[in-house]
Design a protein around this ligand. Structure first.
Ligand SMILES: Nc1ncnc2c1ncn2[C@@H]1O[C@H](COP(=O)(O)OP(=O)(O)OP(=O)(O)O)[C@@H](O)[C@H]1O
Ligand SMILES: O=C(O)CCCC[C@@H]1SC[C@@H]2NC(=O)N[C@@H]21
Length: 257
């Protein structure tokens, strides 16, 4: 394990690098459940995850030493439980702002929190919150980004990486510190009550916003347009009859055609 200081800001100030771990999210959650004192803003980064976890019980595949796989701890006690989706917004925007100067306009946030370049997935997030006494307690924000990996397993056929896009290696710790700084900006905005700014900016960065596209829900394929994300995180799609439909992650598939 190694500790580092990042530019005096609180997110990433306490950085723990682990050579090999099952999952940085599981590791951090374990520390918390053992009542180990972990300061807010702590980042646990792994060189290798042997059981990386994705959304919806998926596996997160990442070649050792090539990519960013890390989890950071926030303690968003100021947020109402019903507003916890704002953490997805802040984290996605932090990653977006760190990568956008490198990758440009093809970078998008695919609802709820995937990072896309064109039609390919560059990274994703697994955010695991604990609620105690009806209040948000800890938020473990796990982020996986494909940086220097060149080949992906067939299960992750939609994946791309910074190296595949730019044809050169990118320094992992430099990008990590940039993500921490950018994410902190949005987190502090939430804390300062500038929720509308965070929500509007998130919406403006969304993949397929205001474009007519195909989706699938309940074994039904339909055309519609991504219009909005409700405060609670539900995605609003307007179908071709002008009806506004609301979906959670399990109910909707984006059809790439
Ligand atoms: N590094 C990655 N980049 C982009 N997408 C990824 C990455 N790792 C996993 N995925 C995504 O996760 C899903 C694959 O997860 P899944 O659990 O099905 O893995 P699998 O290899 O098909 O099966 P297994 O669970 O047996 O490993 C796919 O949707 C894939 O796109
Ligand atoms: O797109 C997804 O399905 C979410 C992927 C999240 C992967 C990251 S890697 C660091 C952290 N630890 C995990 O086990 N998962 C997240």
């Amino acid at each position: 394990m190694q500790n580092n200081i990042f530019s005096g800001l609180f997110v990433g100030q306490n950085l723990v690098t682990i050579k090999q771990v099952d999952s940085t999210n599981s590791f951090l959650k374990n520390l918390l459940s053992n009542s180990t004192p972990v300061p807010e803003g702590t980042v646990i980064m792994a060189e290798e995850q042997y059981a990386g976890r994705g959304q919806q019980q998926n596996t997160w595949h990442s070649e050792p030493g090539k990519n960013l796989t890390f989890s950071l701890l926030l303690k968003p006690h100021f947020l109402a439980v019903g507003d916890q989706f704002d953490l997805n917004r802040a984290a996605s925007l932090g990653v977006y702002d760190a990568l956008q100067p490198i990758l440009g306009e093809q970078l998008k946030i695919k609802w709820p929190n995937d990072i896309y370049y064109g039609d390919r997935k560059l990274g994703g997030m697994l955010i695991e919150n604990t609620i105690q006494g009806g209040q948000l307690k800890d938020s473990v924000i796990g982020i996986g980004l494909n940086i220097n990996q060149e080949n992906f397993p067939s299960g992750a056929s939609n994946a791309t990486s910074v190296k595949q896009i730019l044809q050169k290696d990118y320094e992992l710790t430099l990008l990590l510190s940039e993500i921490c700084n950018c994410l902190e900006v949005y987190y502090l905005k939430l804390k300062a009550g500038e929720v509308d700014f965070v929500r509007n900016t998130y919406l403006s960065r969304l993949y397929w916003l205001n474009e007519v596209k195909s989706f699938e829900s309940n074994n039904r394929v339909f055309n519609g347009t991504v219009k909005n994300v409700l405060p609670n995180g539900l995605l609003v799609i307007e179908d071709t009859k002008g009806q506004q439909l609301e979906f959670n992650l399990k109910e909707l598939k984006f059809l790439n055609k």
